[in-house]
Design a protein around this ligand. Structure first.
Ligand code: PHE
Ligand code: FE
Length: 269
């Protein structure tokens, strides 16, 4: 795994890294902390989240505490054929892509500590659930993420995971979208962030560039501070169309022209 500081309990994980959510084990304090995180974001999302995310969260009864994944999975299966799979934390690329390629979204079971209210390095259940799960109800987004998973398994064979991970970073985690209400966030890392959600839309400092697949695949990212640049899509349809071509020649082209770059973690919150 190469990430010795991972903090989840991996000892009970299956070969696909799935675990039981064991919902009954969450304490009242954990549910209360989740509610506080939820309430902070709930004040921001009407102004900063994309309409697809806002529409979906309304149908989920997710405000009262840490959700039961099984209950939400029933709704997801009916809606777009996705389900949630509980995992102990970050998982290896092959397991991660394999789940997405089978329309299973891995959600971390543990919640951050109270002192991590504003900032956390690894994804926890709040980031994974609040940020990622609502958009799985959008049919186009849902299909795109499925294609991404299959593309991930392919990128592993082509030794191109780093380039594909940048696509994930600048779309699924930190993507912005043009909407009738102006620029809005659809990236999960933004939607679950107390500070960056307003920053990514309102602050004049970061660059907001139109979606550009090859540029994204060439652009390194920072995982420990607000982003210097965001890429803006016009719709999930555009994202779907823009990522539909075979990436094989694009990977080859970038590899043949890019200087060797420093290693970057492939995923993050
Ligand atoms: N089109 C990509 C490929 O050929 C697969 C992919 C689809 C990747 C959607 C990301 C998102 O590798
Ligand atoms: Fe994430």
């Amino acid at each position: 795994m190469g990430k010795p500081q991972l903090r989840g309990d991996y000892s009970r994980a299956g070969s696909d890294y799935s675990v039981e959510q064991d919902w009954g084990r969450y304490t009242a304090e954990e549910h209360a902390l989740y509610r506080r995180l939820y309430e902070r974001q709930a004040k921001l999302v009407p102004q900063y989240a994309c309409p697809e995310w806002i529409g979906a969260i309304a149908t989920l009864d997710a405000a009262g505490g840490i959700p039961q994944f099984d209950v939400v999975s029933v709704l997801l299966r009916q809606s777009t054929g996705w389900e949630i799979v509980a995992v102990p934390g970050l998982i290896p690329d092959d397991a991660f892509f394999g789940h997405l390629a089978n329309r299973r979204f891995p959600v971390t079971v543990w919640l951050r500590k109270p002192e991590e209210f504003d900032y956390i390095v690894e994804p926890d259940v709040f980031h994974d659930f609040f940020g990622h799960v609502p958009l799985l109800f959008d049919p186009v987004y849902a299909d795109h993420l499925h294609e991404y998973g299959k593309g991930g398994l392919k990128a592993m064979r082509l030794d191109a995971v780093k380039m594909l991970a940048r696509l994930y970073w600048y779309t699924i985690e930190f993507g912005l979208m043009n909407t009738p209400y102006g620029v809005r966030a659809y990236g999960a890392g933004l939607l679950s962030s107390g500070g960056e959600l307003a920053y990514c839309v309102d602050d004049p400092r970061p660059q907001r560039l139109p979606f550009d697949l090859e540029r994204i695949m060439r652009t390194d990212y920072q995982i420990d501070r607000y982003q210097d640049r965001y890429f803006v899509i016009d719709s999930f349809d555009q994202l779907m169309r823009g990522t539909a071509p075979d990436f094989t020649p694009i990977y080859a082209h970038i590899k043949s022209s890019a200087p060797p770059a420093a290693t970057t973690p492939t995923r993050g919150a």
